[in-house]
Design a protein around this ligand. Structure first.
Ligand code: G3H
Ligand code: 13P
Ligand code: ZN
Length: 316
């Protein structure tokens, strides 16, 4: 069942974080639904601009509608990840999305507010919520100076003003994470003091953690042993999700870790079975492995086991 992102946030805030997982293809979609059902978790499907143009945006929509039929017990929201203004309007008009992200974080503070507010006005008119972003996502090593860190991290006072003036429904904050498999070259420093401060200024307001893949070292080692070259890949400690959730992080974005699972399964498969060429053969291995990956992630996020409570709350 497709629900609003706001409904999921209302249930989760302060208690657990909802996994927001990007999808691009059929096998990922099947594994995603199965893993969330196996772990009894509500979830958010994220669609990036790149995913929309990989085949055709209608393919993703059709796949999600079909998965909703195939897995009738699933409860999830559909979200545009890192949208520009036009893509947000396209998703809002489509009537399919639960929420959109307008990412104008590269613009000036004032322009970011103005663009976000335009998207918020259009989205709210259709009952859709909006995630915005403030700050610059990027790894912050523990040895960097306070001023270097501050240049990247979300400023809590600005965040409070941004939320009030833009009318956004959730905010992606820069706390030292970055996208991709190479998040930190040295010791990681996640700046929880930033979200703690924002939570004090904006109690109850949902915050979002991007760049949250943990880049498991075992996964990286297996990929490299099967012919890959991902030396130095490093991610976020997933044991920190629980603390982040108590500080108002309600949505945690994970994409890279899923890509690593896909890469490992396919590299090992073709290394071990060089005579095979049917695309369904590695696909059959990948889907249950991906489902298991999702289920384990949901345990770390605290969303595992929450499905029945969410269903009851939505009915009530
Ligand atoms: O934040 C980026 C997500 O991992 C989506 O990546 O734009 O390559 O689909 P993508
Ligand atoms: P990762 O690259 O850490 O998986 O982050 C994904 C993300 O933030 C999508 O918006
Ligand atoms: Zn992101």
């Amino acid at each position: 069942m497709i629900v609003t992102t706001a409904d999921l946030f209302k249930q989760a805030y302060g208690k657990y974080a909802i996994g927001a997982y990007n999808i691009n293809n059929l096998e990922q979609t099947m594994g995603l639904f199965q893993g969330n059902l196996d772990s009894k978790a509500p979830f958010i499907i994220q669609i990036s601009k790149g995913a929309r143009s990989y085949t055709h945006k209608a393919m993703l929509e059709g796949m999600i509608r079909a998965a909703d039929d195939v897995f009738p017990d699933a409860i999830f929201a559909v979200h545009l990840d890192h949208g520009d203004e036009q893509t947000c309007y396209d998703c809002i008009e489509s009537g399919f999305y639960s929420s959109v992200m307008i990412d104008a974080s590269a613009e000036s503070f004032e322009d970011n507010i103005a663009i976000t507010k335009r998207v918020v006005d259009a989205a709210h008119a259709k009952g859709i919520s909006v995630e915005a972003e403030l700050g610059k996502l990027g790894g912050v090593e523990e040895h960097v100076s306070v001023s270097e860190a501050d240049a990247k991290l979300t400023n809590p006072a600005e965040a409070a003003e941004f939320i009030a003036r833009s009318g956004c429904d959730s905010l992606a904050c820069a706390i030292g994470t970055s996208h991709g498999a190479f998040k930190f070259s040295g010791t990681q420093g996640l700046h929880f003091e930033v979200i703690e401060d924002i939570q004090k200024r904006c109690p109850g307001f949902p915050l979002v953690m991007h760049g949250s893949s943990s880049v498991p070292q075992e996964e990286v080692a297996r990929i490299n042993a099967a012919g890959g070259d991902l030396k130095g890949a490093k991610g976020v400690d997933e044991n920190q999700f629980a603390k982040a959730a108590t500080l108002g992080v309600t949505k945690v974005n994970i994409d890279t870790d899923g890509r690593l699972v896909w890469c490992r399964v396919h590299r090992e498969f073709f290394r071990d079975f060089p005579e095979k060429f049917d695309l369904r053969d590695p696909g059959k291995v990948f889907m249950p492995v991906y489902a298991e990956f999702i289920a384990k992630k949901n345990v770390k996020l605290g969303s595992a086991g929450q499905l029945d409570a969410v269903r009851a709350a939505l009915k009530g």
